[in-house]
Write a protein that binds this ligand. Structure first.
Ligand SMILES: [Zn+2]
Length: 286
């Protein structure tokens, strides 16, 4: 197995933090050449980088995952994110975080995911929603397998008549956004994946010194492992090594459709976990 030195892990973690959890092809290729290993082995060796972004105040059980997209050649970190004093069901799992990170960064497929622990049922179901789920390779500490083997006789998008999958590029019909919605937030909204509720939604977290972070709503055919846009955005913040408690906030905005209108409560619930007194701006569009 390829071994990265503690110094390499430290440097790669710092780089990943700066790029909000993205490990680009330009970093992976030289490592593959130097270590003379395959991508699965390298992803496994990089897992400590992803795990370092875990925020698990409840379980103290840190999980890391790295999704790899062979089309772009990039890898995307993910880590579990728990919310103190909130329902455990709001937790973002590492696999969700990695796939969300790939999606937010524009990946349209994930071919391999390496994880520090076997994926729970919730994550197997979440991963079953993505493009290419039937060939998704899963790399675990003691096993290389695929999602099909871990989730036989599965229930997925097609069972609800949905021909599109998570990560597929599909935007919503033209919408007129009010002025207070930035161009970037409008774009994130247009890329949200809400085939079951038809309520696309997105979040923008603006900070004074660390730039902006975005989250998109990602639904699931089984409904429960869906990822709300606020969880998605906070996960992106965590992958930059940050939390709401340690950044100077400018604004937090949730945009969703007036018809659907179902993300405000969950957004408020996860925000309550933090000391921030930042007011959530809630914007409805038609
Ligand atoms: Zn899980």
């Amino acid at each position: 197995m390829a071994v990265l030195t503690p110094l390499q892990i430290k440097n790669l973690t710092e780089q990943a933090k700066q790029s909000k959890g993205l490990i680009p092809k330009s970093v992976l290729t030289p490592l593959l050449n130097t270590l003379q290993c395959d991508i699965s082995t390298l992803l496994q060796a990089l897992l400590p980088v992803a795990t370092s972004f875990s925020q698990a105040p409840i379980s103290q059980f840190n999980v890391g995952a790295i999704a790899y997209d062979k089309t772009t050649g990039n890898a995307y970190c993910g880590a579990n994110l728990e919310f103190s004093h909130q329902a455990l069901s709001l937790t973002v799992h590492a696999e969700q975080a990695a796939i969300n990170n790939a999606w937010i960064n524009g990946a349209q497929s994930v071919s391999v995911i390496a994880i520090t622990a076997p994926p729970c049922g919730h994550c197997r179901q979440f991963m079953n929603e993505i493009v290419g789920a039937d060939t998704l390779k899963i790399v675990l500490p003691a096993l290389e397998t695929d999602l099909q083997s871990l989730l036989p006789h599965s229930f997925g998008p097609k069972d609800l008549g949905n021909e599109f999958c998570l990560l597929a590029l599909k935007t919503h019909e033209d919408i007129a956004f009010p002025e207070q919605i930035s161009h970037q937030l409008a774009q994130q909204f247009m890329l949200a994946y809400a085939p079951y509720s038809n309520n696309p939604a997105a979040v923008e977290i603006k900070t004074a010194s660390h730039g902006c972070f975005y989250g998109r709503y990602a639904e699931n055919a089984a409904y429960n492992p869906s990822l709300s846009p606020m969880q998605s955005a906070l996960s992106q913040l965590a992958l930059a090594g940050l939390t709401l408690n340690c950044v100077e906030l400018t604004s937090i905005t949730l945009v969703e459709t007036a018809n659907g209108h179902n993300q405000k409560a969950v957004a408020a619930a996860v925000l309550e976990s933090y000391c921030s007194d930042c007011v959530l701006q809630h914007v409805l569009v038609k």
